[in-house]
Design a protein around this ligand. Structure first.
Ligand code: XUL
Length: 499
């Protein structure tokens, strides 16, 4: 009827948005993207700053080599994050699918009866209040923990040695991996283990079948529908680890290498074909392609060590840190440093090791600038040396993609470009883990709706974020780092053999 407003046609149509979550060590982040995968909303909850009642430092609690985080803190962070997203103006009804990622290897121990509580959550109340008593172990071991060495040795022995274990699982035994953490709970706190709902015996029956990474697991729970007005059909795509999500967020192609400069520094590659796990690094499932894998190297001493050296030698200022780096030449007059504040993962060493130009170990460098350059060069040479052992070759045709907190520090990136003799790129949005989660949500839903697998890079082709060239390698410096990489490898082996 003309002249009479049609109320129904004025109701805004549901948009096709995707939500990505990232439970990192220090904060919980969210990003919402539209159909073209452009970022619309972002939110973050920092554990130390926004949840001081849990008394974490850098999101964790340290007690010697035992490093944990209060499990319920993560739940409270999710409660706060959802409220923050609402304040940004997001209409949750527009979200078609969600996926997410988390720091890898952190384990959550659900107390007996938790499943029932989870399935009957009251949408008028915060989740953290309802789940407060649902964890048999209150503090979750996280990836920084290195307290399980004896359990690692036992497992390697039982399964026929480290290489056998790597052949079976993609990695030799590492302290932070969940199996050893669970074995520690069983041995040292048996009553907590037996009060946990989802653990052995009969584990196989208790767990759902593993699924390929892009699977839609089902619609979002009624708690979120009723509390935040999600559409009941909103799909949840299987979550993954932070590094795999970052691989998706950077849309890596064969031959590229990604370097994430964050709490931990990680180096990762897309692996096609049959993987050959070795005693160094890890082979993980690929987060977007069921026929491929990814290789990963994890360096525990990343940004926290850079920040410590900045605080001590550069007056807590990145500008001063950069100035000190700039006033020393590539090669640092032959001085080399290795700074492993925490027990390192690649390789397994702790301590600080400084060398002069004659490869002699010294206690200190004379100048703060020498310390700063030794740190930056040492960290980046280690990445090159260990990536080459995984089969990676440097060279002008290779592209290095950087992400993570330090990826906007131009002076560190120039050293990276020279050490790898490669062009260094970054994406317009540095937040690749969160973004990768949102992309995985969109991709997972697209595959479900089309009923055939769509290769991820094809799906992303006209949607991937722009990336820009940050640094070009400088010929002279790159040549110098070729020989320095070999020298660094020899010095590292000498440190390891002296342990
Ligand atoms: C990888 C690893 C770290 C964490 C950081 O194996 O332990 O990169 O995932 O959150």
């Amino acid at each position: 009827m003309s002249g009479v407003p049609d109320i129904l046609s004025e109701v805004a149509p549901r948009r096709n948005y995707f939500l990505g979550l990232d439970f990192s060590t220090q904060q919980l982040k969210a990003v919402v993207v539209d159909e073209k995968l452009k970022v619309l909303h972002e939110a973050a909850v920092n554990f130390d700053r926004n949840l001081p009642e849990y008394r974490t430092s850098g999101g964790v609690k340290k007690n010697g080599s035992t490093i944990t985080a209060p499990t319920v803190m993560w739940v409270k962070a999710l409660d706060l994050l959802m409220d923050q997203l609402k304040i940004t103006g997001l209409d949750f009804q527009d979200i078609s699918a969600i996926s997410g990622a988390g720091q890898q290897h952190g384990s959550v121990y659900w107390r007996k009866g938790a499943e029932k509580v989870l399935s009957t959550l009251d949408p008028t109340k915060f989740m953290f209040l309802q789940l407060a008593n649902c964890f048999s172990v209150q503090d979750s071991p996280v990836w920084m923990d290195s307290s399980t060495q004896s359990y690692c040795e036992t497992m390697e022995k039982k399964l026929g040695g480290p290489q056998k274990l790597a052949d079976l699982t993609g990695s030799r035994a590492y302290e932070r991996f969940t199996g050893h953490q669970i074995a520690k709970v069983l041995t040292e706190k048996a009553e907590l283990y037996f009060n946990t709902e989802m653990c052995a015996p009969d584990l196989k029956e208790k767990l759902d079948k593993p699924v390929v990474a892009h699977t839609c697991l089902g619609p979002i729970s009624s708690y979120f529908v009723e509390r935040y007005s999600f559409d009941p059909s909103c799909q949840v795509v299987a979550f993954t680890g932070d590094n795999p999500a970052s691989l998706a967020g950077m849309c890596l192609e064969a031959g590229d290498i990604a370097i994430s400069l964050g709490t931990s520094d990680t180096v990762f590659l897309w692996l096609s074909g049959k993987p050959t796990p070795s005693l160094e690094g890890h082979v993980f499932c690929n987060p977007v392609d069921p026929d491929a894998y990814m290789a990963l190297l994890c360096f525990k001493n990343g940004s926290l060590t850079r920040e410590r050296i900045r605080n001590v030698y550069a007056n807590r200022s990145w500008d001063q840190f950069d100035a000190l780096l700039a006033c020393t030449p590539p090669g640092n007059h032959g001085y080399v440093g290795m700074f492993f504040d925490e027990k390192e993962i690649t390789p397994k060493i702790q301590g600080t090791f400084r060398f002069n130009a004659s490869d002699q170990r010294i206690n200190a460098f004379e100048e703060p600038a020498t310390e700063v350059r030794a740190l930056v060069e040492g960290q980046l040479l280690a990445k090159r040396v260990h990536a080459e052992r995984l089969g990676f070759s440097t060279g002008e045709s290779c592209r290095v993609f950087v992400t993570g907190g330090a990826s906007n520090n131009k002076s560190i990136l120039q050293v990276l470009s020279d050490v790898f003799n490669a062009h260094v790129y970054t994406q317009d949005t540095a937040n690749s883990t969160c973004l990768g989660s949102a992309y995985r949500a969109a991709h997972g839903l697209a595959v479900k709706e089309s009923d055939v697998f769509i290769p991820f890079n094809e799906f992303m082709a006209d949607r991937r974020p722009n990336f820009s060239l940050l640094c070009r390698p400088r010929l002279e410096a790159a040549q110098l780092y070729d020989s320095m990489a070999a020298r660094y490898a020899t010095l590292e082996s000498s440190v390891l053999t002296q342990l």
